[in-house]
Write a protein that binds this ligand. Structure first.
Ligand SMILES: CC(C)(COP(=O)(O)OP(=O)(O)OC[C@H]1O[C@@H](n2cnc3c(N)ncnc32)[C@H](O)[C@@H]1OP(=O)(O)O)[C@@H](O)C(=O)NCCC(=O)NCCS
Length: 145
């Protein structure tokens, strides 16, 4: 199945999966997603298996950069290439808009995500101290298109 653009009705399922995957101090609530979804220049994609939402990805464009805010796969569906097709679709749509870079922040302890993005060609551009809170640092990762 191919990813598709998200609609308002998907936000409930997105927030539910978010709650399953991320800790309380990191996750976005339904209201956070609603506010973001309705902001300008947002791109939201979802991936379904049958009728169930099992992956989502989002980002936004600012100047010549497309920032990925999130890519998440349902833990029961990992390792099947779902995040990769979501990423590829974000990448292709960002490129079609003419942006020059894709960037994102990743927790320095999230080795799975760091390795996953490295395999896609991302490199660490910066180290952001206390990005998520005291002593919770992030790498700014970036890819030139
Ligand atoms: C990171 C994440 C999105 C990957 O999702 P996924 O759907 O399992 O990934 P895919 O199946 O699309 O992986 C595609 C490729 O990455 C590889 N891969 C998958 N999991 C990996 C891991 N833990 N470490 C390294 N590579 C991995 C796959 O082997 C595959 O490689 P290939 O194309 O060469 O065969 C998922 O683990 C997740 O939701 N993590 C929690 C949320 C998170 O941290 N998101 C990222 C920050 S926003």
């Amino acid at each position: 199945m191919a990813p598709r653009s998200a609609v308002l009705d998907d936000l409930k399922a997105i927030a539910k999966l978010e709650e399953e995957v991320y800790t309380a101090d990191r996750r976005w609530s339904y209201d956070d997603y609603l506010e973001d979804f309705e902001s300008p220049d947002r791109l939201y994609l979802v991936y379904q298996e049958e009728e169930t939402l099992v992956g989502y990805a989002a980002g936004y464009t600012e100047d010549d950069v497309f920032y990925i805010t999130v890519i998440t796969t349902d833990p029961r569906f990992r390792g099947k290439g779902i995040a990769k097709v979501l990423y590829q679709e974000l990448h292709d749509r960002a490129k079609a808009q003419g942006v020059k870079f894709i960037k994102l922040e990743v927790d320095i302890v999230n080795e799975v995500a760091l390795n996953w993005y490295k395999r896609l060609g991302f490199t660490n551009e910066d180290y952001i101290l206390d990005y998520y809170g005291p002593k919770e640092h992030a790498f700014l990762m970036s890819l030139a298109l």
